[in-house]
Ligand binder design. Structure first.
Ligand code: F6P
Length: 402
């Protein structure tokens, strides 16, 4: 298809698409949404302008592999009839990785250059990159460095990408978390217990916030708040007194210690934790506490485990009732793509084709008041946190209302 790119006419025939970073619901919907438009356009395009969409496997890793040697590990041909129904499931039919072609080691190994050379070897005229801010940022840089036509689409269950009111993947994770919370509640009620449930979301509390409120959690702990375990203990005790059970949802990014906290809170938490880890019953908590922190290839700290601290502190510092700890883990990222993510993904795929027709390259679609907007890939960034003056922030603890 002939389109304008940087003022010149180019013929885009072969489009590559990849999915990077943590998987989530809606990736497949974007692929299907774009492929539908390509397939529709092909019905009327002249023979020399027909397009194909080619899947690149395992995110940016595909472009670090030499097509002359490992083509079967790089390419997945995409046929609309074969893949159309995949939009209803989570995950990615293209598989994913957290490969960062701009990491220090990869820059030293001249990986961006290799990736562009491989794009040329594969005969791609345009690349569509589906991912969070890290993956999209890499697309922006590579596109700019080599003046290559790029598009992106903002995914992530964390919902923390600037430039869009919602990323695809978020809503399905919330639905799955609510299901998880509700399942825990029936057993919590039956046994007069308090369940501490951890959910992913990185340093943004959106998933915990929505899931906590929709799941009726008595207490929801977010990365955006100053966590005070003394208050949490009181909230749990109140809930147990009134209802004989309690659900505490903890975002994985919530913190016991923080430089932003008043010293008194950090010191209080330190004492509480020391009492826990001195008790052999909590040997696992001690072991986790002493483990070195890991980072992924983009330098993001691998989170997870705060729920275990909260659980053990509550158990150690209250009396008379039982606690259980559950971590939803990756289960809330997988399974079904819920309706919102199917629609959002299909809309983003459709929008990318629209941008291409308009000759608007180097962009990703975002959502603003239910309208598609285009955002510059070079300006993408993460860290869209829950503002403390957000209505939902104030509504997050059901226990505050009785
Ligand atoms: O960014 C998405 C996310 O699911 C985060 O919520 C979580 O911290 C992280 O990915 C988990 O990463 P991995 O799948 O590599 O364990």
């Amino acid at each position: 298809m002939k389109v304008k790119y940087q003022g010149k006419e180019i013929n885009i025939k072969k489009i590559g698409i990849l999915t990077g970073g943590g998987d989530c619901a809606g990736h497949n919907a974007v692929i299907v949404g774009l492929l539908r438009r390509i397939s529709q356009a092909n019905q009327t395009l002249p023979a020399g302008e027909k397009m194909e969409l080619v899947g690149l496997l395992e995110g940016w890793k595909a472009l670090t592999r030499d097509p002359e040697k490992e083509l079967n590990k790089i390419i997945k041909p995409l046929d609309l009839i074969d893949i159309e129904e995949s939009f209803s499931v989570a995950g990615t039919i293209l598989r994913s990785s957290r490969t960062n072609i701009f990491s220090k080691a990869n820059l030293e190994a001249k990986m961006p250059e290799t990736a562009m050379a491989n794009i040329k070897k594969l005969g791609l005229d345009c690349l569509v990159v589906l991912g969070g801010d890290d993956t999209l940022g890499a697309a922006g840089k590579l596109g700019q460095q080599y003046s290559f036509p790029m598009f992106g689409a903002p995914k992530t269950m964390d919902n923390d990408v600037f430039g869009t009111e919602m990323t695809y993947g978020f809503e399905s994770s919330v639905e799955e978390s609510v299901h998880f919370i509700e399942n825990c509640r029936t057993t919590a009620e039956s046994h007069n217990r308090c369940f501490v449930i951890e959910v992913m979301g990185r340093h943004a509390g959106w998933v915990a916030l929505w899931a906590g409120i929709a799941g009726g959690a008595e207490v929801t702990l977010l990365p955006e708040e100053v966590l005070d375990m003394e208050t949490v203990i009181k909230q749990v005790e109140k809930s147990i007194a009134k209802k004989q059970h309690c659900i505490v949802v903890v975002s994985e990014g919530a913190r016991l210690f923080d430089t932003r906290y008043p010293d008194a809170i950090n010191q209080k938490h330190q004492k509480m934790l020391e009492t826990v880890i001195a008790d052999p019953k909590y040997a696992m908590v001690k072991a986790r506490h002493e483990m070195p922190k890991k980072k992924d290839s983009f330098g993001n700290e691998q989170l997870g485990g705060i729920g275990e601290y909260v659980h053990s502190i509550l158990e150690k510092h209250t009396k008379g009732f039982e606690y259980r700890y559950q971590n939803c883990g990756h289960a809330i990222r997988g399974g079904v793509a819920h309706v919102m993510d199917r629609i959002l993904g299909l809309r983003y795929g459709d929008a990318i084709f629209g941008f291409m027709l308009e000759g608007k390259f180097g962009v990703y679609p975002g959502m603003e008041s239910d309208q598609i907007v285009s955002r510059n890939l070079l300006e993408v960034r993460g860290g869209r946190f829950v503002p403390q003056d957000h209505q939902l922030f104030k509504m997050r603890n059901a226990v505050d209302y009785y």
